[in-house]
Design a protein around this ligand. Structure first.
Ligand SMILES: Cc1ncc(COP(=O)(O)O)c(C=O)c1O
Length: 398
């Protein structure tokens, strides 16, 4: 009989979005005539830009001809895409080398898979609330987590406590779900803490493209010293609408070296290289062709237009909440709007209340951690028409 990984027993029974889908399905089955508006899951709705589509077609055509056909590609991504990512970082005020770029099928896989590089007995800090993948993947591998409270007192941006030791720190900025984004001074404090404690920061910048405040860092490598202490995960899911197309990238600097238990210096770049070449066979050529077009001048301009559309939606949601005198966070440098549930409702009760009375689906804050119990997340990724309609319903209801 196989001995099972019983850490799975410690996970919440349902992944957040499965539970939401189940409740919505039950509601729609009982109320087939009601139009439900989904502003819950962070999935985009607008199509890929024309530059990406053209490049995807070129990728398909290349595979149709023996002279240009591609079989297995390089494990870490084609050079044309990796160098486009290097140039993108230069524009964002950070300098990285092509050997530090690892193309992947998305940030979810990489933020989960990175746990392979670390032993079981690390002190791990994870903000609460946050994207649930960091927590669940560490629970699956039997690690103990210390939570960093993100709340209204610290504007949902927890700062390092020098009395608490950590080996591994997860940061997500702009944050899912709260929309809060660290400024350079705050991020510098985290980098200094990591360097002092010999810790590594796992920095998720999946929403960097939503940053409008030019003073905010889009990459942790905009902070000096970060290449000695941070791995960065990014994704084309929100930047370019690749949630279904699947492409992301992870930056593992070559300066990132830590001593083994016997005192030998180990390179995280070399370890990730080894891990990926053993367990991953790369992203399809077609998708990488499409991804490279995102970083062209034309592709970037098209992505910015799409992001602007979602940002206007975020403004519509924020204005509605402001008119109702509700305190909200995010919505400016982020596609997410995070607010306290009215009348001291807990977040799952408010979820049911909104679904039953206004047919709006949002995401209960409890799904992102204990500090989200009384908060709720709405996304700006819906259509303009649905966003306006949902806000009209919300305004009448609240
Ligand atoms: C913070 C954060 N990181 C990563 C991801 C996943 O990105 P990808 O689609 O590239 O797997 C998400 C998706 O919503 C996210 O919110």
């Amino acid at each position: 009989m196989p001995k099972l990984n019983e850490n799975f027993i410690k996970l919440n029974e349902n992944y957040l979005f499965s539970e939401i889908a189940q409740r919505v399905n039950t509601y729609t089955a009982a109320n087939p005539d009601k139009k439900v508006i989904r502003l819950g899951i962070g999935d985009v709705t607008l199509p890929l830009g024309p530059a990406v589509i053209t490049s995807l077609h070129e990728g398909v055509d290349a595979l149709a001809d023996a002279k240009t056909f591609k079989g297995y590609g390089p494990d870490f991504g084609y050079a044309f895409l990796r160098s486009a990512i290097v140039s993108y970082y230069q524009h964002n005020g950070a300098s990285i080398d092509i050997d530090e770029v690892f193309v992947s099928d998305g940030a979810k896989s990489d933020t989960g898979n990175i746990t392979d590089l670390f032993g079981a007995d690390n002190a791990i800090l994870i903000p609460d609330p946050v994207y649930p993948v960091y927590v669940d993947t560490n629970i699956m591998s039997g690690r103990t987590i210390t939570y960093l409270d993100a709340n209204e007192e610290n504007n949902f941006l927890p700062m390092p406590d020098h009395n608490v030791h950590a080996d591994i720190i997860y940061l997500c900025s702009p944050n899912n779900p709260t929309g809060a984004a660290y400024n350079k001074e705050q991020l510098k404090a985290w980098v200094d803490y990591a360097l002092t404690n010999d810790a590594v920061i796992l920095y998720d910048s999946a929403y960097e493209c939503f940053i409008t405040d030019e003073t905010l860092p889009r990459s942790i490598y905009a902070i000096s010293g970060a290449k000695r202490c941070a791995i960065e995960f990014c994704s084309l899911s929100k930047t370019a609408g690749f949630t279904g197309t699947r492409c992301g990238y992870t930056i593992v600097p070559k300066e990132l070296n830590f001593a083994s238990s016997t005192g030998v210096a180990l390179s995280l770049n070399a370890m990730w290289r080894r891990r990926q070449s053993t367990k991953f066979n790369g992203v399809s050529y077609i998708v990488q062709k499409g991804a490279a077009a995102v970083f062209s001048a034309e592709g970037m301009a098209q992505c910015r237009e799409t992001i602007k559309y979602y940002q206007i939606n975020a403004g519509i949601i924020a204005d509605t909440l402001a008119r109702k005198n509700m305190t909200y966070f995010g919505g400016v440098n982020s596609p997410y709007i995070w607010f306290k549930c009215p009348n001291q409702m807990d977040s799952w009760s408010f979820f049911d209340y909104l679904l039953n009375n206004a047919q709006i689906v949002g995401t209960p804050g409890a799904g992102f951690g204990r500090n989200g119990q009384n908060y709720f997340r709405l996304t700006s990724f819906g259509s303009r028409e649905n966003t306006i309609q949902a806000m009209e319903r919300l305004e009448t209801l609240l």
